[in-house]
Design a binder for this molecule. Structure first.
Ligand code: ADP
Ligand code: MG
Length: 224
């Protein structure tokens, strides 16, 4: 489903003053495609993703999926935002943020469980996705015994386990070497396309961008 960010502004309180982290951004990400968001540190990339994913309410503007009603607005109740986040959005962050005590398979099953899937379905789907990210042999390993690249692959599989409409990926390769980083970007881009998800990818590394459909640049919170 297409992702529409319409006139989004995000203002943070900053002592006596305010800081405009996102400044009137309008962006359309078609389903099945990846739009890469580039910009210097502090330009508002993570803030824009936080609004697009309902982690932070916009100060003004809206986020809409497909041609439905807006899902995130300045007045969206937190419980509504959480439900949309859980059922329709997948996130991959800079750090994989895995649960140390759970195996790769269990990380995925936990999310499926939260999304209300039946146990048999959960396991089959989780194994299928671990296979898709090349981790089938590591399904029963905990994060502590996996490499950085493998952990990020688990995080990617977990983000896709609920078949999200929208995939939001924030600098997933910053802890990886270049070759592994490129592989990860290609992997997540192709999985998003297969699932027909709209994907917004934040990156600082232009050389990993061979597989994306569109590039947009952010500077001081504005698209340039
Ligand atoms: P990027 O991801 O491009 O590095 P961010 O979205 O993290 O940029 O930050 C944009 C601006 O907003 C920066 O000036 C940053 O200091 C500020 N900022 C980010 N998060 C917060 C917050 N929770 N509270 C106040 N200011 C913030
Ligand atoms: Mg950031």
């Amino acid at each position: 489903m297409d992702l529409h960010i319409d006139g989004v502004t995000l203002v943070y309180p900053d002592g006596e003053q305010t800081l405009t982290a996102v400044d009137d951004v309008t962006l359309h990400v078609p389903s099945g495609e990846t739009t890469a968001l580039l910009g210097p540190s502090g330009s508002g990339k993570s803030s824009l993703l936080a609004v697009a994913g309902g982690l932070t309410r916009p100060t003004s503007g809206t986020v809409t999926f497909g041609d439905g009603e807006p899902v995130f607005t300045p007045t969206t109740p937190p419980d509504d935002a959480t439900r949309v986040r859980l059922t329709r959005i997948g996130f991959v962050f800079q750090q994989p943020q895995l649960v140390p005590s759970l195996t790769a398979l269990e990380q995925l099953e936990l999310l499926s469980h939260l999304r209300g899937r039946k146990p048999a379905e959960r396991r089959a789907r989780a194994l299928e996705l671990l296979d898709a990210v090349g981790l089938a042999p590591w399904a029963h390993k905990r994060p502590g015994t996996l490499s950085g690249g493998q952990r990020q692959r688990v995080a990617i599989a977990r983000a896709l386990v609920g078949e999200p409409d929208v995939l939001l990926v924030d600098e997933p390769t910053s802890a990886l070497d270049h070759e592994r980083g490129t592989e990860i970007i290609e992997l997540v881009t192709s999985l998003a396309r297969e699932q027909d998800a709209a994907m917004l990818l934040v990156t600082h590394d232009e050389s990993t961008l061979g597989s994306v459909h569109r590039l947009v640049h952010l500077r001081d919170g504005r698209l340039v």
